[in-house]
Design a protein around this ligand. Sequence first.
Ligand code: TRP
Length: 355
Amino acid sequence: MSDITPRVFSGVQPTGNLHLGNYLGAIRKFVALQESHDCIYCVVDLHSITAQLVHEDLPGQTRSITAAFLAAGIDPKRHIVFNQSRVSAHAELAWIFNCVARIGWMNRMTQFKDKAGKDRENASLGLLAYPSLMAADILAYRATHVPVGDDQKQHLELTRDIAAKFNNDFAQKIAEAGLSTPIPMGEGQTVEGYFPMTEPLIEGPATRVMSLKDGSKKMSKSDPSDLSRINLTDDADAIARKVKKAKTDPDALPSEVAGLAGRPEADNLVGIFAALAERSKAEVLTDFGGRAFSEFKPALADLAVQVLSPITGEMRRLLDDPGHIDAVLKDGGERAGAIAAKTMADVKQIVGFLG
Ligand code: TRP
């Protein structure tokens, strides 16, 4: 037997600057989960070379995401924080999963279609296999829960497809190796297998933080306009300035949530306020309904500065001491590596690789 314990895993790519959307949609959730689960948080540097091979400062980007994790309150002693390339099991398991997954599964991924664009033949093979590496990240730890944004739901389904095919194709080998364990399949059902059916933890209302310049587009690190997003490296002045310059419409705020329909910019700013204040949009509108944006924006700017500046300040402080960050990643990598090594040994035995 080889029991599965509840465990959280998630990854963030070291590309571009982290912004408010990453914080409210992902990192804040990572912090909260520490109270209820064993958590592993990974800076996925292997993934970062799938879309773009050469980066100007990959070590700096990796440290910057790590600093954001720590500054937001992730405790690298009670939990694990590391960068993916340090633990070779990710790449090894991904290779085996490349042979489990089917090309058709990968071709259907909407993120691949978006990122590859028109010239699919010219996309890297790594970009196509990206979800297989992501499945390896998660299943190297046999993680049961993965906090992610909405856009990663399809990749999580594919992770379950890979786990299910592995469990099924190797069922006899898993049993022979004495590694079979009951896998919960939902609705009280279980099947025998080795890898769990990992569930996404997808956040409610605040997951989708939209651009400050266009309420119909997601806030993104790749948007050419820096005014479209609040970066986690912005200081208080920059945060306040960006909120004040955010796009709005001419009307006052409605008193009820229904009044936000068809007003994407108003909806986004109220949503950001609600998420930062940890209140509902309805509660925010109880306070601000009928008020003009000229009154709402300064309140939002103050709140954003109040919530974010301790984090951005701590991030800057941490980034002044890269040696400390590197030591955190090394320690995390050693502890992650020990867990993943056990999985790799099991998987090699199941597949039939000697050694
Ligand atoms: N694909 C994820 C994203 O772009 C990043 C990622 C890689 C990830 N491996 C993961 C997320 C494992 C969760 C679990 O956001």
